[in-house]
Design a protein around this ligand. Structure first.
Ligand code: 5AD
Ligand code: SF4
Length: 471
């Protein structure tokens, strides 16, 4: 049993991060024979990719995936801590699972992993009030899933294994990718930025980069397997390589990934602080690095940015934004914005609207500030009233929507390349993404799935883009 501890989780040391290889305990290969599993994923792409690892580990033990948690033998929740609603959703699901375990399936095994597993308060609650949850496994030791699951079954009691401090980087964890054409590739784990509202540096640990050669090998294999697209993942990808004792950074990595010849490269998320001129030049130079950048601003008020610990001002952000727009032809930039950070005044909020007016973002994720356990901002006494937060979110969204529509209108009547994902469930048409991550529904033949095809855009709205393939 090992429980999360925030004091340890917050500590950053210069200890060298080791690389280890995943080893599968072959004795567990039949643990899931004739058994089914249901995996529910909450949160970001990092979690989605972790779930691809979880699926492979489970299937290597003989478990079979099903879509219905009511009849599954094993249910795992891969959770998210970023805002309270993600947290509430997972607890809501636990309530439903408790009901199933009590009434229909007493042998149901329930496991919890992901960011919530790293939260002191959550684990306290699970251990004391959710004794029927069979196991909890943290983000740093996800590769122990087979052993932890096995222990909880063998001992027939709740097993909690959560390391507060990050361990080694584990290479070779099996993966069952959701797509045959596009893939997530982790490049850096953790975050050292400690923005004052954010729980991620506690739940995901110290910033640590994967070796370049391991990343390149993975991308080369994806190319061989016919993959068209990779998204390089990290909480802050621009910090890539900062923890190496040799010179190799995001600019170098982007260039080396571009040279593998993979057709499309995306990367996310970028913190404005670490975005170098060298990176901008590489993005502009290679046709296979997509002209799409997610550049969270969080607020347009320099006063609030300082309180958030973001390390840039409104002015320096705009300078970076304008430079990227100027140097990368046709670039599309999206952002994240939080409204209602403690102490945010109407004046501060207007600064955010003003910044949006300047940047005219192609798209944006907007959030109401949500206090998170033990983060510095949660302790501030001048929290903004819920009604004010909601009203600000609505005003912000109106402006964001206006510019999203304007951005979509730029491709109306144009022919753009689209990587075809599949058949859209609603319309029965094909769907796919442009090289600036715009979702397009279009008519075309099923044989186009998995290919990059030219689509003529016939109609655009704020939330949808329609077209027809012109092959
Ligand atoms: N409240 C609201 N939004 C948050 N984010 C991170 N922490 C919080 C919080 N406590 C948002 C930020 C970040 C995105 C992933 O989630 O905008 O960029
Ligand atoms: Fe959270 Fe800031 Fe790190 Fe992003 S950069 S994960 S917002 S602490």
């Amino acid at each position: 049993m090992e429980f999360p501890d925030y004091v340890k989780a917050k500590k950053r040391t210069n200890e060298k991060i080791l690389n280890e290889n995943y080893e599968f305990n072959i004795n567990l290969r039949d643990l899931g024979k004739d058994k089914t599993y249901y995996l529910k994923t909450y949160g970001c792409q990092m979690n989605e990719h972790d779930s691809e690892n979880i699926k492979a580990m489970l299937e290597n033990m003989g478990f079979t995936a099903i879509d219905d948690y009511e009849t599954a033998d094993l249910v795992i929740l891969n959770t998210c801590s970023i805002r309270e609603n993600a947290h509430n959703k997972a607890f809501g699901m636990l309530g439903r699972l408790k009901h199933i375990k009590e009434n229909n399936n007493p042998n149901l095994i329930v496991g919890l992993c992901g960011c919530m597993a790293q939260e002191e308060g959550v684990i306290d609650e699970i251990v004391h009030k959710y004794k029927w949850v069979n196991f909890v496994i943290g983000t740093h030791n996800l590769h122990h899933l087979p052993e932890v699951l096995n222990l909880s079954i063998e001992n027939n009691k709740q097993e909690v294994e959560v390391f507060s401090k990050e361990g080694s980087i584990i290479e070779g964890i099996p993966v069952k990718r959701d797509s045959k054409y596009k893939a997530y590739v982790n490049i850096i784990y953790g975050c050292d930025k400690f923005c004052t509202y954010c729980i991620v540096p506690f739940t995901r640990g110290k910033q640590r980069s994967r070796n370049g050669k391991d990343i390149i090998r993975e991308v080369e294999e994806l190319v061989k397997d016919g993959y068209q697209e990779v998204t390089l993942l990290g909480q802050n990808v621009n910090a890539y390589g900062k923890d190496f004792d040799y010179d190799y950074n995001m600019e170098n990595l982007l260039e080396d990934v571009a040279k593998t010849g993979i057709k499309r490269i995306f990367f996310m998320t970028s913190h404005p602080w670490d975005f170098t001129d060298g990176m901008i030049d590489v993005i502009a130079k290679y046709d296979n690095i997509m002209p799409f950048i997610h550049l969270p601003v969080q607020s347009g008020s320099s006063r609030i940015l300082k309180l958030m610990g973001r390390r840039y001002t409104k002015e320096s952000y705009i300078e970076l934004f304008d430079k990227i727009k100027e140097k990368v032809p046709g670039v599309v930039i999206s952002t994240d914005i939080i409204v209602g950070f403690p102490g945010e005044t109407e004046e501060d909020f207007k600064e955010t609207l003003d910044l949006v007016e300047h940047c005219k973002y192609d798209s944006a994720y907007t959030f109401i500030y949500s206090p998170r356990e033990k983060t510095p901002a949660a302790a501030l006494t001048n929290q903004v009233d819920e009604k004010v937060k909601e009203e600000r979110l609505q005003r912000l969204n109106e402006l964001i929507n206006k510019y999203s529509l304007e951005s979509n209108e730029k491709i109306l009547d144009k022919t753009v390349p689209v990587l075809v994902d599949g058949i859209s469930t609603k319309k029965g048409e094909l769907f796919g993404y442009t090289n600036t991550k715009k979702l397009v529904n279009f008519t075309g033949d099923e044989s186009l799935i998995g290919k990059i095809v030219n689509v003529h855009i016939t109609d655009v709205k704020t939330w949808s883009i329609d077209g027809e393939s012109v092959e």
